[in-house]
Design a protein around this ligand. Structure first.
Ligand SMILES: C[S@@+](CC[C@H](N)C(=O)[O-])C[C@H]1O[C@@H](n2cnc3c(N)ncnc32)[C@H](O)[C@@H]1O
Length: 317
């Protein structure tokens, strides 16, 4: 990796970390439950909100009278319960960090593993769209071996595991702290996977040594993973090595354009010899919500297509 890109990547990481360490001031005048919901994740208020959920437990409130040390250790999580909009689906439990709650240890982990902490900051709006996309197209996954890359808390991977009768679902990320959450979330829903095997996995693009999983996946899914340009080449190589060579296989990515970052990623895909297609209007409901936001719907102030609306990218061999 070039020195120049390493420096800009690490300064960007520090910027993200610094922002996530600054907690917003609390407001007594606001409705308490609304404040709780907002603290979970910016997704709760700014997002497509395609999968309904409610707050089950907000540890900050629960531990407010604990010792200072306890608050540091246990005050960072919230538990959400998603109601999947398909008949007979079980509820989905998701543990995640409350918004803007970082720890100094996060810096150390990011530097040691050459990774960012974006998977801890919040669940990003594209993950909700990816979840909805997978939920409404279960047949793509039935009896297949699936992996989610850069999954963050893993909502889409868990939904595929719970609703599509996939054979195996790996839910992966390159940040070990994120992988701990994936493990907790898999454990929390372990009774709801039917015959599907579900495996949390630490997988850092470009560093995968595990040849056991190369050339074995029918479908790869990922959301909002194309914004860090210094990882484009590694992400493409990871996709190329994981996609099964024999029989049909594909990667399904949902990513906002974000300036030239998606185009640069796609150029890298082309250079690698893989094929791709992109689609702007791939789901009627997602497009309808997008148009409402563009028209100024209050639920997502400052919505802007380039940054917020994920395009569908399909990659094949
Ligand atoms: C913007 S977040 C998206 C998380 C989740 N998909 C979502 O949309 O909420 C990017 C994710 O990619 C992971 N990531 C970033 N660089 C990575 C790398 N080189 N290898 C593996 N994972 C990486 C981060 O840890 C993070 O969870």
């Amino acid at each position: 990796m070039e020195k120049k890109s390493t420096i800009s990547a690490s300064s960007l990481r520090w910027k993200i970390l610094r922002r996530s360490l600054i907690r917003p001031p609390s407001s007594n005048s606001e409705d308490k439950s609304e404040v709780s919901i907002q603290r979970i994740s910016r997704k709760a208020t700014h997002g497509f909100n395609l999968i309904p959920f409610h707050l089950v437990k907000d540890s900050v409130e629960e531990n407010v009278n604990s010792s200072k040390e306890n608050v540091m250790d246990s005050s960072r999580d919230a538990t959400l319960c998603y109601t999947l909009p398909v008949s007979n689906a079980p509820s989905l439990i998701l543990h995640q960090r409350v918004r803007d709650m970082a720890h100094l240890n996060d810096f150390e982990v990011c530097n040691r593993y050459d990774i960012d902490n974006t998977g801890l900051i919040c669940q990003w709006p594209s993950e909700d769209v990816l979840s909805h996309y997978c939920l409404s197209r279960a047949s793509i996954f039935r009896e297949k071996r699936i992996i989610e890359l850069g999954s963050g808390y893993g909502l889409a991977g868990l939904i595929v595991a719970m609703t599509t009768e996939a054979r195996e679902v790996f839910i992966s990320d390159g940040n070990p702290q994120v992988v701990d959450y994936i493990q907790r979330n898999v454990n929390a829903n372990s009774g709801s996977f039917g015959g599907t095997e579900v495996k949390p996995l630490m997988l850092h693009w470009g560093q995968e040594k595990d040849t056991d999983i190369s050339n074995t996946f029918d479908v790869i899914i990922a959301s909002d993973c194309t914004f860090f340009k210094e990882f484009h080449e590694a992400l493409v190589q990871t996709i190329k090595s994981l996609l099964k060579e024999e029989g049909p296989s594909e990667a399904i990515l949902l990513s906002p354009r974000r300036g030239d970052s998606l185009d640069k990623f796609l150029a890298e895909v082309k250079d690698s010899g893989l094929h791709f297609s992109t689609d702007e209007i791939y789901d009627a409901e997602v497009w309808r919500r997008h148009q409402r936001f563009i028209e100024g719907d209050d639920s997502w102030p400052n919505y802007e297509m380039d940054h917020c609306y994920p395009l569908l990218v399909r990659i094949t061999r």
